[in-house]
Design a protein around this ligand. Structure first.
Ligand code: NAD
Ligand code: UFG
Length: 337
């Protein structure tokens, strides 16, 4: 039997494929390349020396998706495919709701039709909104402030209703904190198009000389040094959490939610300094205005993932910075290099 990976050519999907292939799992991958490149899949083959089936399919094309599931002995799914840029989601809400929600509904309908009622879903710490305190546990109240976050929250609710209606499903909702870093080989990594929105890709491009200076969005937050605090997690640790989640889903039915973070909060300045230490490169920065919608602090209590999944993060912040720079250095223009 095979595992269907949606969005496998993307940043987290490609790293997860490597872990699954190395664990001897059979994979069938779909992606429409709306935010990724075919080269990422070639690199996965190169790292692992293993093959998998790939179909260029859009989740909005239900017939094509039906054919993939019908013909490939799929018994479970890891669902990464979706759009993820917060700012873009505010400008193009219909695109986000349609792609993320309709895509997920199509997927769940097709999986149910062929009895593949096992799914791991990529949710986000964004569903905790502006948390009243940190660290965050899975039972914190849920809320969001933008259409992207709204799609994650709605999908979580849809999955709950799907389970309530049919208890044969096994559903793991993984709430990722801030994934960064890259595979140690430097062959796969995050490849943002245009000006990066997120902190680490921006710092990496400053380090590589592609951008002049990092703008730190505000130093008047209620944090030890005034800059925003987040829970950065190495993408390979995150990838391994999916393997644990699938292993559990193969033995139990139900729906459960897991924070996937390290439990440690780092400020923007901490990250700048860790990056400098890991790479020996000075990062130019200036303090600018706050970015609308940003919060003071967001970090996980990851205890439940350890107790129930047997998973915990192993890489530290210097590993994350070093691996992200290694990927950038080897691929100055991402997969187009
Ligand atoms: P990514 O954009 O690199 O990967 C997503 C992949 O899905 C891309 O390859 C894209 O082409 C594909 N895709 C999108 N819509 C599709 C559709 N309709 N049909 C087929 N393929 C489609 O993003 P990522 O960083 O790898 O994130 C993976 C998942 O994790 C997303 O659901 C994202 O919302 C979630 N997530 C990411 C982060 C983060 O910071 N990277 C944090 C929390 C949650
Ligand atoms: N930041 C800067 N300058 C930049 C970019 C970011 O100072 O150029 C700061 C932000 O203000 C914030 C921190 O760096 O304090 C992290 O910002 P990111 O944009 O890297 O990450 P966010 O925590 O804002 O959001 C990310 C994803 C969301 C996801 C969330 C939780 O973009 O989609 O993590 O998983 F929901």
């Amino acid at each position: 039997m095979a595992i269907l990976i949606t969005g496998g050519a993307g940043y987290i999907g490609s790293h997860t494929m490597v872990e699954f292939l190395n664990a001897g799992r059979e994979l069938v991958v779909v992606d429409n390349f709306m935010n990724s490149k075919p080269e990422a899949l070639e690199r996965v083959r190169k790292i692992t020396g293993k093959d998998f089936k790939f179909f260029q399919v859009d989740l909005l094309d239900k017939e094509a998706l039906d054919k993939v599931v019908r013909e490939n002995n799929i018994d479970s799914c890891i669902h990464f495919a979706g759009l993820k840029a917060v700012g873009e989601s505010c400008a193009k809400p219909m695109l986000y709701y349609h792609n993320n929600i309709t895509g997920t509904l199509n997927l769940c309908e097709v999986l149910a039709k062929y009895g593949a009622k096992r799914i791991v879903f990529s949710s986000s710490a964004t569903v905790y909104g502006n948390p009243a305190s940190v660290p965050i546990t899975e039972d914190f109240p849920l809320s969001t402030t933008n259409p992207y976050g709204e799609t994650k929250l709605m999908i979580e609710r849809i999955l709950k209703d799907i389970y309530n209606a049919d208890n044969e499903w096994s559903i793991s909702v993984l709430r990722y904190f801030n994934p960064i870093g890259a595979h140690k080989s430097g062959l796969i990594g995050e490849d943002p198009q245009g000006i990066p929105n997120n902190l680490l890709p921006y710092i990496t491009q400053v380090a590589a000389g592609r951008r002049e200076c990092l703008s730190i969005f505000g130093n008047d937050y209620n944090t030890p040094d005034g800059t925003g605090v987040r829970d950065y997690i190495h993408v390979v640790d995150l990838a391994r959490a999916h393997l644990k989640a699938i292993e559990l889903a193969e033995t139990v039915t139900g729906i459960d939610y897991f924070n996937i973070g390290t439990g440690v909060g780092y400020s923007v300045l901490d990250i700048v300094h860790a990056y400098e230490k890991a790479t020996g490169i000075k990062i130019n920065y200036k303090i600018t205005a706050r970015r609308p919608g940003d919060i003071d602090e967001c970090y996980a209590n990851p205890k439940k993932a350890y107790e129930v999944l047997g998973w915990k993060a192993e890489n530290n912040i210097e590993d994350m910075c070093r691996d992200s720079y290694n990927w950038q250095r080897q691929n100055p223009n991402g997969y187009d290099s």
